[in-house]
Ligand binder design. Sequence first.
Ligand SMILES: [Zn+2]
Length: 485
Amino acid sequence: MQTLQTTKAATVWSYFLNICTIPHTSKHEQQLTNWIINWAKEKNITYSLDDVGNLLLRKAATPGYEQKTPTILQAHLDMVPQKNHLSDHNFLTDPIQPIIKEDWMHATNTTLGADNGIGIASCLAILEDESIKHPPLEVLLTTDEETSMAGAFGLKAKTLQGKILINTDSEQEGSLYVGCSGSVDLNITFPSINVPTNPDKKAFEISLKGLKGGHSGRDIHLQRGNAIKLLVEVLDNLKELPFQLSTLEGGNLRNTIPREAHATIVCNEKLQGSLSVVINSLHATLVDRFHNSEDSLELTIQPCALPETVISEQCQQDFLNCLHKCENAVLAMDPDFSNVVTSSSNLGVIIQKNEAQPHFVIQFLVRSQIEHQKVLIVEQIAEAFKRCGAKYRINGNYPSWKADLDSNIYKTVSAQYHKLFNKAPQAMIIHTGLECGLFSNKYPDLSMISFGPTIKFPHTPGEKVNIPSVDKYWQLLLATLEAID
Ligand SMILES: [Zn+2]
């Protein structure tokens, strides 16, 4: 860890290593909060804690900077607890063990918590250091960003006095984030009319698996296969061979592109040969179609035990039709930013419930930078299912943060980046949610930007932060605070 002491961001590192020793996973931030409160008391820094656990610290402007625009620095207190099979780490009691390898810091078989620990550390380093020049300053440390955004949801309007907010929770040095998508969960309940299976028939399980999956925001533009959609497409191609659907399930998280889906169908035994031929041919077609994005796509068919019930003919037709036609994956790209998705939907999960009233639960996650487009996409999907007798529920709605490249803070940070590193930063919009979306809802006049060091593989035991990028992030943060007008 000695090499860190000679970097420009040495104080940031020293706070970060301290944070690593204090457990602070989502919903268990209390120890870290207490440590920061004690630290603030020692340093005579004013602080307050709100009902949901957000910590707000305040520092007066550097003499001569009192009239500059009051500014908020923001990070989240919690980290994601992930470890690999080699680790017996207890995230509630054990310190994170950081390791340096060349230019990167990672942890021993666990997440590191650089997301967003480096952000917290830089806030504390600024509060402590009297030589740093800055406008009137608030540091907002939110709680439980990673699982529910409870801190940002629970933050009250009129708590913050600042007019500019710098969010430190983005992960690509050289990129300045100026906007993010909003999202909403759409949950559909599709009633299933089950009838007894003809005992003379044969049953087969059709499986689509081996797909890469990925995050439904960050990875949605990568043209990967959605196992549920592809399996439904396969079933649609079997229409010429009369079959009855008995089960269909796939995926496990609404915000993950499903990697696997399975269906059970029932048909005459004599169709077995034709079924295998069609499935093999569809497999070859899919492998060819996804040759750029998937390398282990498997489509298989196997005889299985005859189920007690199948779905009635009309119900099967309506159900598969709705699934086949619903909007999925990238729906619009941003005209102004290259490679940025504006709107998308992810059919993430289908679960079958054979209860007193048998039904399917179908979960979508819809994202868009444009609020009314988000509503339109949800309505379009939901209405098609509703026409076939399904019910739907919308929840988890959170707003987008609308990009503004004309904002003063964007111009200031961009100019400082140019001055420091002699090149232009890249303005970016992220197709996932940042807390900024929720802040912009409560503080419509707040001017925001997000930047941070380079962090690879966040939320996994492979999480690592690039050490030189922390220096650049720190320099940019200090230059920005000094330059805010
Ligand atoms: Zn984060």
